[in-house]
Design a protein around this ligand. Structure first.
Ligand code: ATP
Length: 275
């Protein structure tokens, strides 16, 4: 249980009590000093974090906090200005092919090959991973059923709703049974029944030793679903550890608001109360 370094000042809990020293000793994801600037904007300002193998890890933060930028750098989608990212000990930027084999990624806002049907898109994801085509075919059927998309298997992804698109992208991330799943806002626009299905798929995936990292704005969901959480704001890590450590007896939502700086005031907008 080493505190990540170098990096920003971390609050209590950043050392991840709860991780053991056996097979989980090598973190599923280990990032050190990740930083990214876009022009004058520092999007990520030196984030260091260990995600224990076998954990269900939530990353929370306000809009523009740097979650997507951090996860993109950690998964090989966006080159960092500084810092390193290791997936199960494999350097994502030095050994990308090896690292990417270990990961399934649901990125936020990345275009899919949406002129394929849903079935074709998942199949393509499996074949791209070098999987046997019979194995791909059987997993595609199971994934479509699990995501409640069997009826829409032959529909072009461009014609899918936002929630259906999210589900087909998630299925594409799962097909090769990766050891680490990194999911940016996986439940956004997904209906409650599908969300419950996805949660149960992810729960059993973690129970069998996989690791899930999810970014989310929904504190209640993170508190119920995740065992660890990191709070990010202004491109820095404010707190990290088990959910119980971070929330410290309060609800995660209250702790989040406290850490991030309180509720924003709603003065002004009088015109909105005058009809
Ligand atoms: N390609 C880019 N070019 C310029 N600025 C960017 C770019 N990507 C992100 N940013 C800026 O970096 C900051 C962090 O953005 P990021 O998307 O990582 O936040 P986030 O925590 O994922 O936000 P949200 O919860 O709203 O999705 C924001 O101020 C954003 O405007």
């Amino acid at each position: 249980m080493t505190a990540p370094q170098p990096g920003p000042p971390l609050s209590a809990g950043a050392g991840h009590a709860g991780s053991d020293t056996s097979s989980a000793a090598v973190p599923a994801l280990s990032i050190r000093g990740l930083a990214k600037r876009f022009g004058n904007k520092i999007a990520v300002d030196g984030i260091s974090l260990d995600v224990p193998a076998g954990s269900f890890y939530g990353i929370v933060g306000p809009n523009g906090a740097g979650k997507t930028t951090t996860l993109s750098m950690a998964t090989g989608l966006l080159r960092p200005d500084f810092g390193t990212a290791l997936v199960h000990g494999v350097d994502v930027w030095a050994r990308p092919l090896e690292a990417k084999k270990l990961m399934g990624i649901l990125p936020d806002g990345v275009r899919l090959f949406d002129r394929l049907t849903g079935e074709q898109l998942i199949t393509y994801a499996g074949l791209l991973r070098g999987m046997d085509k019979d194995v791909v075919a059987s997993r595609v059927g199971e994934l479509l059923a699990a995501m409640d998309l069997t009826q829409d298997a032959g529909t072009l992804v461009v014609d899918y709703s936002a929630g259906m698109t999210k589900k087909i992208a998630l299925a594409s991330a799962l097909i090769h049974a990766p050891r680490l799943l990194v999911l940016d806002e996986p439940f956004e626009a997904v209906d409650p029944v599908s969300a419950a299905n996805i949660r149960s798929i992810l729960d059993s995936y973690v129970a069998s030793g996989g690791t899930v990292i999810v970014s989310s704005h929904v504190m209640d969901l993170v508190q119920r679903m995740c065992d660890h959480v990191a709070v990010v704001a202004g491109g820095r890590l404010l707190a990290a550890g088990t959910v119980d450590e971070v929330r410290g007896g309060a609800s995660l939502e209250d702790r989040f608001v406290q850490l991030v700086g309180g509720r924003s005031h709603t003065e002004g907008l009088e015109w909105l109360r005058t009809f």
